[in-house]
Design a protein around this ligand. Sequence first.
Ligand code: ADP
Ligand code: MG
Length: 137
Amino acid sequence: MERTLSIIKPDAVAKGVIGKILDRFESNGLKIVATRKMQLSRTNAEAFYAVHAERPFFGDLVDFMISGPVVVTVLEGKNAMQINRDLMGATNPKEAEVGTIRADFAENIDANAVHGSDSVENAAIEIAFFFSERDIS
Ligand code: ADP
Ligand code: MG
């Protein structure tokens, strides 16, 4: 069993598609083992996206991630990390395959509906950023 972290970003929460996105996970064999709706602080968002700190879009990304509440979820299943990445689609929704979350619910590369861990190693780090083991069941 593998775990990965998903974040439903402020654009998708504002659109009212939390349930539709969580359904994609469950319908594709991923188990929701922890989930929480929350407002990220600027400090939270900067720390979470620290790997992107030097990128030109970092400031806009942080501003966007704190523009409204998000839903942070731990998904569990065989190959959970890659399955979630496949369900998400490409970073730029215009390039995302038909039927993916980003193709169906995202507007543009800034407001692209979801975050997903990009490796099993990063998933463990990202899960620990938001949840303790007793939150996960
Ligand atoms: P992903 O979310 O698909 O793993 P990255 O880790 O490369 O993509 O980037 C993190 C987030 O930063 C993206 O989801 C997107 O919101 C934003 N981002 C990435 N590249 C760009 C870009 N060229 N312009 C604006 N925002 C970007
Ligand atoms: Mg990424």
